[in-house]
Design a protein around this ligand. Sequence first.
Ligand SMILES: Cc1cc2nc3c(=O)[nH]c(=O)nc-3n(C[C@H](O)[C@H](O)[C@H](O)COP(=O)(O)OP(=O)(O)OC[C@H]3O[C@@H](n4cnc5c(N)ncnc54)[C@H](O)[C@@H]3O)c2cc1C
Length: 291
Amino acid sequence: MKSAPFTHHAPDSVGAAVELLGEHAGRARVLAGGQSLVPLMHRRIERPAHLVDINRIDGLDRIAAGSAGLSLGAVARQRAVETSPEVARGWPLLCEALAEVAHPAIRNRGTVVGSVCNADPSAELPAAALALDGRVVAEGPAGRREIELAEFFAAANRTALAPEEVAVELVLPPSPLRTGSTWIEVCRRAGDLPVAGVAVVVGLDEGGACDRARIVCANAGPVPFDAVDQVGPLLGRAPDPRLAAAVGEAVAAACAPVSDYQGTEMERRRVLATLVRRALLGAAERAGGVL
Ligand SMILES: Cc1cc2nc3c(=O)[nH]c(=O)nc-3n(C[C@H](O)[C@H](O)[C@H](O)COP(=O)(O)OP(=O)(O)OC[C@H]3O[C@@H](n4cnc5c(N)ncnc54)[C@H](O)[C@@H]3O)c2cc1C
């Protein structure tokens, strides 16, 4: 099958892209890497009348790491981010998650920001970026605004972006000292979307007790599942296998996975309990914790 007819626009500035989105409000979509949108268009699940292609806008491919954090422009390719030494040093969780996304050919074209905007609840990057406390910088007719990822994912494949807004940047803050992180997932075939995945970030104080913890699960509900209510028992304690297992069980009970062709809801909860336990112990070890 081929796409329904559409008009391709290739603006050379973000302002022009915003204007086009406003002019064709509700009938236009942003085109970044096209690795999610184009297959859906070919199957006529998506039928935008206008594509606003942001690939020719200067500067949107930037990957800038500094003391203020990591800034990824809207067309920074997944593979370029994954292989950046600065990203690997400061945000290793993102590189670990990226290595599990699809295949290198797809990552050569797909963008990190596009994956976050696509808001697939089973995808790696929305969960990893949320665990890293990311925020999206969006530009629309009223100017720029920043949206914390905790507020960004509205429903499966729906975000807080207005139809006439473009996400121009994803910003990830720097990690404090003694922070460890892990991405783990279970996949039926390499390159597939995960049956379930978990991003964990753990911070330890000087005595080795946990002073920060973030657990975000992929494929555990309609949006990435942020286990804010389940991390409490970790705080002030040195993570150990028994504690990690208890938190894993609590997260698996609280999240909202569904049954589909990859597994039942119950299988997913069992997988998530194990992934959370392992990821917590792995992250604590990387943070310098004694188990
Ligand atoms: C065979 C195959 C396997 C895959 N496997 C995986 C996998 O295992 N894990 C995984 O996470 N992904 C997987 N993907 C998807 C891939 O990671 C995509 O690259 C990603 O989901 C979307 O990024 P993109 O840049 O291609 O976005 P696009 O496809 O261009 O856009 C996706 C959506 O986001 C919107 N959008 C994109 N950028 C912006 C922006 N700057 N502002 C506003 N809206 C925007 C678009 O309008 C569209 O609705 C796979 C894709 C394929 C084809």
